[in-house]
Design a protein around this ligand. Structure first.
Ligand code: SF4
Length: 287
């Protein structure tokens, strides 16, 4: 894990629309965001006995410490420039400033796994705040990095929104032996972020191989996580989008299975906290 607070290994920086999340609390679906994609993923690096998620949609960002990053020069310019890693705080702030538009809603940290470089993530959040760039921050995480309580308490106040992936067994994000531990970590992360007031929801990518009993178990655990006003944390079920089309036949989900998984979740989670999520940006060929 890279522990520098002044420099980071970044994959991409660009302006686009948040394509995921559906309609639950914490989602920024449809909002203009500046995306900062980090290199490095702890699941790819074998933290839970696998080499990452089967359907990872950003495999180019899984490995840490890659030499170059790409960034969009101006919003919608389609002019993509190349920069050299590691990037420092002044350089990333300058790129962000050039991508600000009147419709900008929030700044999204994604990956890879942004918390893989948690010290830089914290430093960048602090710097944005200090410089008056007080756009809401959105964290997209797999929730499985071990963070001490001090780090969670330092980070959470900077974030308004968070999407935490829950990985079912068909994701192959963990070995069979370590999958329970992965789910436990993710649920623990969700619980802590909600307790600290971050608008957080869980996202579960679903496939033809997602088991009803797993969705039941996950939903039952999520239903215990509530905001201080009693609102149950949101769950977004997202049918898989495969970048390797050859895998599609094995993983694509039937309407019947989609229906059954929703009913399984709804046995525990109120309808208001349950949503369909699609990767809308992929359908529109957005960045
Ligand atoms: S956690 Fe995210 S970046 Fe890592 S392998 Fe899974 S989908 Fe890819």
């Amino acid at each position: 894990m890279s522990n520098s607070s002044s420099k980071a290994y970044i994959s991409e920086i660009f302006s686009s629309f948040q394509g995921e999340g559906g309609t639950v609390r914490g989602s920024c679906f449809g909002k203009r965001q500046i995306f900062i994609r980090f290199f490095g993923c702890n699941l790819f690096m074998g933290d839970y006995g696998s080499s990452g998620c089967y359907w990872c949609d950003s495999p180019h960002s899984q490995a840490p410490q890659q030499e170059h990053f790409q960034y969009e020069l101006y919003p919608n310019s389609q002019v993509i420039k190349k920069g050299k890693n590691p990037i420092d705080l002044p350089c990333i702030i300058k790129i962000i400033c050039n991508l600000i538009t009147p419709d900008l809603h929030s700044i999204s940290f994604t990956g890879g796994e942004p918390l893989y470089q948690k010290d830089f993530l914290l430093a960048l959040s602090e710097t944005l705040n200090r410089k008056g760039l007080k756009y809401p921050l959105y964290l997209e995480t797999n929730g499985s990095i071990k963070l001490d309580d001090k780090m969670i308490k330092n980070l959470a106040p900077y974030f308004t929104y968070c999407c935490c992936d829950i990985k079912d067994k068909s994701s192959k994000a963990a070995s069979n032996e370590m999958h329970d531990e992965l789910i436990r970590m993710e649920l623990d992360f969700l619980k802590k972020f909600v307790a600290l007031g971050v608008n957080t929801f869980a996202k579960l990518v679903i496939t033809s191989q997602t088991e009803i009993k797993e969705v039941e178990y996950i939903s039952k655990q999520l239903a215990k996580i509530r905001y201080s006003d009693g609102h149950v944390i949101g769950l977004a079920l997202q049918p898989v989008t495969l970048i390797n089309r050859n895998l599609e036949k094995r993983k694509e989900i039937s309407l019947e299975h989609l229906h059954n998984l929703f009913q399984a979740a709804a046995a525990f989670i109120p309808a208001d906290s349950l949503t369909l999520s699609i990767q809308a940006h992929k359908y529109l060929n957005l960045l």
